[in-house]
Design a protein around this ligand. Structure first.
Ligand code: PLP
Length: 432
């Protein structure tokens, strides 16, 4: 059980946290706001995190002092904006420990990053009868792009089974790999169960066949220290907004050897240095070749500030704090009669998914909202995985650096009220 492993670490004092949570909370203006006349308790960090003042200030500062389109002007302001944009990319490179700055490609987020890989590398590598491997726990963003690619190419999408604990069946995965496999694409951390996948092992197995591995890092990036060279992953995709940065900015890290061979993703301004009416005559080098159009400079600057913020706090302390919170929540919520917590994988992180008796998850979410508690309810953009569990959806509490045990206690109290309530609320008809 992942929870037990984490508790053990907490008890033995291994990687003890050393955070001043109140100080951290003060960095986030929204956390002092009230909703429904209640102080906000924000447990929807897997959907998006709140933003610290450092990120907000960086964006305002950029627009107040440096705003200009990048890469196109010879005047001082343009050069300043260009330098800030380039510096932000270097910050991302160092943060991921990527070998080269040009391996950092900006996207709108994880979804676009995966679509980018699928529609460029995927189209180039996958042919009729070939195979692409994903896992059962994938978010739609790491399922549908591969599904569509396989349909287009008449290839086969293979899906690694996930057991009742929430771990992938590693033996089944190993047996799936063969010379027809062209791509492996798996999530770092499950957004439904919080399972942390054994990426190193997954990657090294695939590499024995020379297969590139794409990691969906949407949930990984804020909760695990990512070193792309140590992992040896070929692609790592993530979103700024899930790591305390702005929305609309994300990153596709890719090994240079792949990026150099990848065809264009989108075309237009910024990707070519020579063009005739018939053709592109001179390509612009990486990373610009894969970033057509005006980039999200504000997003890159905000993402840089988020990286600096997290780095200043330190990942060891962040992970220790979140693990302690997760263990606490698992134990506390288990006391509630009828509580069903889903998943007890070997390693888990920051997410607890549950149902209480046969109460609909939307009803739990609605009631918790009356107490100012923000929970995510439903299928979490992972409909096949939720369907496999034969449930309508789950209630998900996901933790971030600013959450506290007191907030978990408040959740516990709210859930006791949920059990007592009469249900007559309007439920959304769509599953999301
Ligand atoms: N992958 C996982 C595991 C996610 O949890 C999410 C979002 O919740 C995504 C991909 C998509 O991220 P975005 O909507 O930021 O592109």
């Amino acid at each position: 059980m992942g929870g037990q492993v984490n508790l053990q670490a907490a008890l033995t004092g291994e990687k003890r946290q050393n955070l001043d949570i109140q100080k951290i909370r003060n960095d986030f203006p929204i956390l002092s706001k009230s909703f429904n006349d209640k102080n906000l308790i924000y447990f929807d960090n897997a959907a998006t995190t709140q933003k610290p003042k450092k990120v907000l200030d960086a964006i305002v500062d950029y627009y107040s002092n440096e705003n200009c389109n990048v890469g196109r002007g010879v005047y001082t302001l343009s050069i300043k904006a260009n330098m800030a944009f380039g510096r932000a990319r270097e910050t991302v490179q160092k943060f991921l420990n990527a070998e080269h700055t040009e391996e950092i490609i900006y996207t709108r987020g994880t979804t676009e990053a995966i679509n980018l890989v699928a529609s460029t590398l995927g189209r180039a590598l996958v042919g009729q009868g070939d195979e692409v491997i994903i896992s059962e726990m994938e978010h739609h963003s790491n399922l549908i792009p591969w599904q569509i690619l396989c349909k287009e190419k008449d290839a086969v999408l293979k899906v690694i089974p996930v057991n009742d604990d929430g771990d992938i069946d590693f033996d089944a995965y190993k047996n799936m790999l063969n010379e027809k496999t062209k791509i492996v694409a798996v999530t770092h951390i499950s957004n439904v169960l919080g399972t942390v996948n054994p990426l190193k092992e997954i990657i090294s197995e695939a590499h024995q066949y020379g297969i590139p591995v794409i990691i969906d890092g949407a949930q990984g990036i804020a909760h695990e220290k990512v070193d792309v060279q140590a992992l040896d992953c070929d692609f790592y995709c993530f979103s700024g907004h899930k790591m305390y940065g702005p929305m609309g900015i994300g990153v596709m890290y890719g090994k240079k050897k792949f990026l150099e061979k990848m065809p264009y993703y989108q075309t237009g301004g910024g990707i070519a240095l020579g063009v005739t009416y018939q053709d592109i005559t001179v390509e612009r080098p990486l990373p610009f070749k894969l970033e057509a159009g005006t980039p999200n400079v504000e997003g890159a600057i905000g993402l840089e500030a988020a990286i600096q913020y997290l780095t200043e706090i330190g990942y060891d302390d962040i992970i220790a704090h979140e693990n302690e919170l997760l263990d606490y929540a698992r134990k506390k919520l288990s006391d509630i009669e009828g509580m069903r917590i889903f998943g007890s994988a070997k390693k888990t992180s920051s997410i607890i998914s549950f149902l209480i008796g046969d109460i609909h998850p939307y009803d739990v979410g609605n009631k918790a909202n009356e107490f100012g508690i923000a929970l995510r309810t439903g299928v979490h953009c992972a409909i096949p995985f939720v369907d496999k569990m034969k449930i309508v959806g789950t209630v998900r509490a996901s933790f971030g650096i600013y959450n506290t045990k007191e907030e978990v206690d408040a959740l516990y109290q709210a859930l006791l009220q949920v059990k007592k309530a009469e249900w007559s609320v309007n439920r959304p008809k769509d599953r999301f």
